[in-house]
Design a binder for this molecule. Structure first.
Ligand code: PMP
Length: 404
C-alpha cells in the first residue's frame, strides 16, 4: 500500500535535482567535486536588477500579485516577445509564472486529455516527458542523430504525427545539444504542421538569446507567423539574466490557452513572487548588454571545452550553437574496462566512473533520451571548465588504451 498515486509512480525525480543531492553528500564527505551537471550561469544577477527587487520591498510592493502576472512585467514581456518573434501580443495573451518550467507545466495540465500524445525530439530536456506523464499525456520520443546536428527533419516529424498528437515541443538552442534551427529549416517544419491543424506547437525559447553566432536563435513564428493561433512561446529570465533563483518565466499564446493556464495558476500558486516580478521587469526593460556579455563568455567557455575534448579519444562532440552544454557521443568507449576493473557498459557507468575517479560530475545521456552520450555544462567558471574537461580527457585516454 502506498499513498502515492499510480500516475505519480511513473514520474522520477528530475535527474539534475537527484545529482545535486548526491553531490552534496559527497561534498559533506570531504570530496572535491567539479560540478558540470548544473544548468545555471555562475554570474551574479546584475546589480540594477537586484536593486529593483530591493526597491520593491522598500516601497511595500510585497502583496499578492495579479495571478496572471503584474501589468508592468507583462508589458515588458510583450515588448521582448515582439523583438524576439516579431509578433504583438496583448496583455491577456501573456502569462507570468514561477519559471519557464511552470509555464510549460501549466500548459500541459491545461490542455492534455488522457492519452494525448506530445512529440518530444530527443535529446530532450529531462523534464519534458515526466511533465507530460504527470499531466496524463503520452510522451512520444522523436530520436534525432548527431550526424544531422540533432535536428528533426520534416519527414521524421510527419511520420511521428498521429490523430492523437496534441503538441510538438521545440527547444532551440536545445538543452542538451545546443542545436539551433535556421529559418529555412523552421519553414520546412511549419509546412508539415500546416497539413496537421490539430497539432499545437510549444516553443521553449529559454536559451534563445544565448547564441554564439550573433543575434537570437530564429523562431518558428518568424518563419510561419500564421501558426501563432496554435503556438505557445515560452521564455524566462533564469538563463539570460543569471536569475535562476528568482523563478520567473512567461508564456505568450492564443487567448483561450493563456486563460486556461491562468486558471491552473490561480488554483495552484496564485502567481509568481511579486518581488521577483519587479526584478524581472527591470531585467527586461533595462540595459541589455549583460545578455551579450554572458553569451560572449559562454562562447569562450564552449571553445575552451571543445579544444580540450577534441583530443579525448572515443568522444565525438557536436559543437553547440547556443545554451551552455556539450553533449558528446561516448559510445566508442562503451564495452571497455577501467584499470580498477569497473566495467563501462553504459553512459551511466561512464559518468559514475568519471565521478568516482576524478570528482567531475556529469549527467548520463539516457536521461536525455539518447543512450551512449552524456551532458556536460560549461556554465561554471573557466578554470573549472578547463579542469573538468582535462579530467574527462584523461579518463577517455585511459579507457581507450585499456580497450585497445
Ligand atoms: N527549459 C529548459 C530547456 C531548461 O533547460 C530549463 C532550465 N534548466 C527550463 C526550461 C526551466 O527554466 P526556469 O528556470 O525558467 O524554470
Amino acid at each position: 500500500m502506498t499513498v502515492v498515486s499510480a500516475r505519480m509512480r511513473q514520474v522520477k525525480l528530475s535527474p539534475s535535482v537527484a545529482a545535486r543531492i548526491i553531490l552534496n553528500q559527497l561534498r559533506e564527505e570531504g570530496r572535491r567535486i567539479i560540478d558540470m551537471t548544473i544548468g545555471e550561469p555562475d554570474f551574479a544577477t546584475p546589480d540594477h536588477i537586484s536593486k529593483a527587487a530591493i526597491d520593491a520591498i522598500m516601497r511595500g510592493d510585497t502583496k499578492y500579485p495579479l495571478s496572471q502576472g503584474t501589468v508592468a512585467l507583462r508589458k515588458a514581456a510583450a515588448l521582448r516577445i515582439s523583438l524576439d518573434t516579431g509578433l504583438e501580443y496583448p496583455l491577456d495573451q501573456i502569462i507570468v509564472s514561477t519559471g519557464a518550467k511552470q509555464v510549460l507545466y501549466n500548459a500541459l495540465t491545461a490542455t492534455l486529455e488522457a492519452g494525448d500524445e506530445v512529440i518530444i525530439p530527443a535529446p530532450y530536456w529531462v523534464s519534458y516527458p515526466d511533465m507530460v506523464e504527470l499531466s496524463g499525456g503520452v510522451p512520444v520520443t522523436l530520436l534525432t542523430q548527431a550526424a544531422s546536428q540533432y535536428k528533426i527533419t520534416p519527414d521524421a516529424l510527419r511520420a511521428a504525427i498521429t490523430p492523437k498528437t496534441k503538441w510538438l515541443m521545440l527547444n532551440a538552442p536545445s538543452n542538451p545539444s545546443g542545436t539551433v534551427y535556421d529559418l529555412a529549416e523552421l519553414a520546412a517544419l511549419a509546412d508539415v504542421l500546416r497539413d496537421h491543424p490539430h497539432v499545437w506547437i510549444m516553443t521553449d525559447d529559454i536559451y534563445a538569446r544565448l547564441t554564439f553566432d550573433g543575434g537570437p536563435a530564429p523562431h518558428i513564428l518568424q518563419a510561419a507567423p500564421d501558426l501563432a493561433d496554435r503556438t505557445l512561446a515560452v521564455n524566462g529570465v533564469s538563463k539570460c539574466y543569471a536569475m535562476t533563483g528568482w523563478r520567473i518565466g512567461y508564456g505568450s499564446g492564443p487567448k483561450d490557452l493563456i486563460k486556461a493556464m491562468a486558471v491552473v495558476q490561480s488554483q495552484s500558486t496564485s502567481g509568481a513572487c511579486t518581488i521577483s516580478q519587479a526584478a524581472a521587469t527591470a531585467a527586461l526593460n533595462g540595459p541589455q548588454d549583460c545578455v551579450e556579455d554572458f553569451a560572449r563568455s559562454f562562447k569562450e567557455r564552449r571553445d575552451l571545452a571543445l579544444t580540450i575534448l577534441a583530443d579525448a579519444p572515443g568522444l565525438n562532440a557536436v559543437s553547440p550553437d547556443g545554451a551552455f552544454y556539450i553533449f558528446p557521443d561516448c559510445s566508442a568507449l562503451l564495452g571497455s574496462t577501467a584499470p580498477d576493473g569497473s566495467v563501462i557498459a553504459t553512459d551511466a557507468d561512464l559518468v559514475q566512473y568519471i565521478l568516482r575517479k576524478t570528482g567531475v560530475a556529469l549527467l548520463d545521456g539516457m536521461s536525455y533520451g539518447v543512450p551512449g552520450t552524456f551532458r556536460l555544462s560549461f556554465a561554471s567558471a573557466p578554470d573549472e571548465v578547463r579542469e573538468g574537461c582535462e579530467a574527462i580527457k584523461s579518463v577517455c585516454k585511459e579507457l581507450a588504451e585499456n580497450k585497445a
